[in-house]
Design a protein around this ligand. Structure first.
Ligand SMILES: CC(=O)SCCNC(=O)CCNC(=O)[C@H](O)C(C)(C)COP(=O)(O)OP(=O)(O)OC[C@H]1O[C@@H](n2cnc3c(N)ncnc32)[C@H](O)[C@@H]1OP(=O)(O)O
Ligand SMILES: CC(C)C(=O)C(=O)O
Length: 402
């Protein structure tokens, strides 16, 4: 766990993801997703918050029975009753973690918890010690950490590490932080905690300003070695850092983030689609990595570049994240090269003049907003589907995977 060259991917789709209004999952759905997450290679699955409901408890228990190689975690407030339930729920998991938390910002301590700094510090330390006396792996989160006083936070963290926490998570609970200063905050905090080297520092970023992934990456640059995230960025309010974004940013920019993760990215699209089907939360077409347009090209200049060399407009390979291949979609922005290449891919060998005429006709239809099918196009050339022996797409989209 303490290999500084690897990043720990902590998935909380089943806990924070489920806190998204309307995203509740049944026990069997959680088990199915947990199996997919294990297969994907995440290091920790936060399966739920045991005290939340009988159903959540049952789901954590069931996930703990089924998952053999991934650490299973339950959230717990800094209260013995929560921790006892969390421990009972993960009891059957071969690898267990208890994740206890309490808020550390002035705002939350004063107006939500009605507690002083001293009381919060005592609760945090007692909770960690209580949990650590019962399980080997305890994570502590300082809720609203990103808006907490850094000196108080450092003092508290020093003591919770002393009490046995081996992971210290600093959440940007309300998505208020911005990348540069959040990264600096993590670095300064680690420098202020004398026993920081005894724990893995982690972040859990929310997306209220659309910065959850950027903040997570900035934290990695500044010492964080665990990232808490969810599939599709599902989560409370605007969601959490999206697992697929964090992992692919690290994989794609190894020059900046020279770390490994255990994730097999070819499982990302399938998992994203299952999460979407189960929760009913559609994935927006332009969502990075897993949106249906993430590897689709309609613009002629881009299509021309892609056909000549994929690297011109693609920083990752669609196949590497689980798509069949990238798509050239023919539409009003397409150019001759993509159109003609598509005609040729259908098996049509025509004179240049005929191709030009077909291109003009295609462009007019596309401009008029009349979607064309391959069937129509092959008719222009006097061919039938049977003659070409091809399965034709509708609307026109060419899968040009290698
Ligand atoms: C930032 C996060 O995502 S934190 C996780 C948030 N997730 C959830 O809240 C989902 C699950 N929650 C629930 O099912 C319920 O809120 C429960 C079971 C946890 C608690 O339910 P209730 O006992 O009815 O309390 P309620 O939710 O109304 O209030 C929360 C209580 O916990 C206290 N509390 C909040 N956080 C903590 C903490 N980390 N440690 C100790 N106490 C805490 C609050 O001060 C409040 O105490 P009070 O009742 O003495 O005023
Ligand atoms: C409990 C913590 C990790 C959390 O979900 C948050 O602060 O957003």
């Amino acid at each position: 766990m303490s290999n500084q060259q690897s990043l720990i991917i902590f998935d909380t789709t089943l806990r924070d993801g489920e806190q998204s209004p309307g995203a509740s999952m049944s026990v069997s759905e959680k088990v199915e997703l947990a199996l997919l997450l294990e297969n994907l290679g995440v290091d920790v699955i936060e399966a739920g918050f045991a005290v939340a409901s009988a159903g959540d408890y049952k789901a954590i228990e069931k996930v703990s029975e089924v998952i053999q190689h991934t650490r299973i975690c339950s959230l717990a407030r800094a209260r013995q009753q929560d921790i006892d339930l969390a421990i009972a729920a993960v009891q059957k998991a071969p690898l267990q973690r208890i994740h206890t938390f309490i808020a550390t910002s002035e705002l939350h301590m004063k107006h939500k918890l009605n507690m002083t700094q001293e009381q919060v510090l005592d609760s945090a330390v007692s909770a960690v010690r209580y949990a650590r006396n019962r399980v080997d792996d305890v994570e502590f989160s300082a809720e609203d950490g990103g808006r907490s006083d850094i000196d108080f936070l450092a003092q508290l963290i020093e003591q919770v590490i002393e009490a046995g926490a081996s992971t210290i998570n600093i959440p940007d609970t309300v998505g208020y932080c911005v990348p540069h200063s959040f990264g600096q905050f993590i670095r300064q905090l680690m420098n202020k905690v004398p026993n920081a080297d005894k724990a893995i520092f982690s972040v859990h970023c929310h997306n209220d300003l659309g910065l959850a992934t950027a903040n997570s990456l900035s934290a990695i640059e500044n010492g964080a070695r665990q990232i808490e995230c969810t599939i599709n960025g599902l989560g409370e309010r605007a969601g959490n850092a999206a697992l697929e974004e964090v992992v692919m940013a690290v994989n794609t920019r190894q020059d900046l983030f020279p770390f490994t993760t255990g994730i097999n990215p070819t499982g990302l699209v399938n998992l994203s689609q299952r999460v979407s089907e189960i929760t009913g939360f559609a994935v927006q077409p332009n969502k990075s990595i897993v949106g249906k347009n993430a590897f689709a090209h309609e613009a002629g200049i881009h299509q021309d570049g892609i056909l000549k060399n994929r690297a011109t407009y693609e920083i990752m390979r669609a196949e590497d994240v689980g798509w069949k291949g990238q798509q050239i979609v023919l539409g009003k922005h397409s150019g001759r090269n993509a159109f003609i290449s598509h005609i040729k891919s259908l098996g049509i060998d025509a004179e240049q003049q005929q191709l030009e005429a077909a291109f003009e006709r295609f462009k007019q239809s596309a401009d008029a907003g009349q979607p064309l099918t391959d069937q129509q196009i092959i008719q222009w050339f006097g061919r039938t589907e049977e003659q070409l022996n091809k399965t034709l797409n509708e609307p026109i989209a060419a899968d040009i995977s290698a």
